[in-house]
Design a binder for this molecule. Structure first.
Ligand SMILES: [Zn+2]
Ligand SMILES: [Zn+2]
Length: 210
């Protein structure tokens, strides 16, 4: 038996290798495959946003527990998603018993989220469960805010929304979502680049613009 492995070592094709540095692979069969991300994807997909997501989830549970105790109810903790883009801070999906939050505004206004946005959205769920479809910010909602959570019922927030005005494009892999700049988005759209998540090794696919 010959050992061919040793002799033919000049043209090894190491397609699975993920390098620290971006590599252009245009010459070996993957035109313009561009292996992303050392810094930016790691920064975007890990701390500190996921830490904040966890704390928000805890805060939602806390608000539900307060409401259950105050009202003598057994409301379950809602499903929680961090996928709102643009200038909306939070949203309650009443029939689905779910809450959505804006991850960028959360990162920049985390105190306001803990103090106001989470109770505000939980109160929408509580009101829906107890009163059905009533005015979103009517007397039932105001009463829950004031008497259950002890928070002055305001319907608007004065957030700094400057960063969500800038044009970015939302992509996702198998494990997370991340924003790409216009420049990177255009490269993907022109099929000049593909970005791959360093953690799950899956290509980033475009979801929507912000
Ligand atoms: Zn509201
Ligand atoms: Zn991933």
């Amino acid at each position: 038996m010959g050992k061919n492995r040793q002799s033919g070592g000049t043209a090894r094709f190491r397609s699975n290798q993920i390098s620290e540095d971006p590599i252009e692979k245009g010459s070996i069969g993957f035109p313009f495959l561009f292996l992303f991300p050392t810094l930016s994807a790691r920064k975007l997909s890990q701390s500190p946003m996921n830490e904040l997501h966890y704390r928000i989830t805890q805060r939602v549970s806390e608000c539900i527990a307060i409401a259950n105790q105050q009202l003598g109810c057994q409301f379950p903790v809602p499903a929680i998603r961090f996928d709102i883009r643009g200038k909306t801070a939070g949203m309650a999906l009443l029939q689905r018993w779910a809450l959505r939050f804006n991850p960028i505004l959360l990162e920049e206004n985390s105190d306001a989220f803990f103090q106001e946005v989470v109770p505000h959205e939980v109160a929408h769920l509580i009101v829906f469960a107890r009163f059905g479809k009533v005015k979103p910010h009517g007397k039932e909602w105001q009463a829950v805010m004031l008497r259950v959570f002890g928070i002055s019922p305001q319907t608007t927030h004065s957030f700094d929304v400057s960063s969500v005005q800038g044009k970015t494009f939302l992509y996702q892999c198998s494990c997370d979502q991340m924003q790409l700049t216009v420049r990177r988005h255009n490269k993907v759209q022109r099929q000049q680049a593909q970005y791959i998540c360093r953690r799950c090794k899956q290509p980033l696919t475009y979801i929507q613009s912000s």
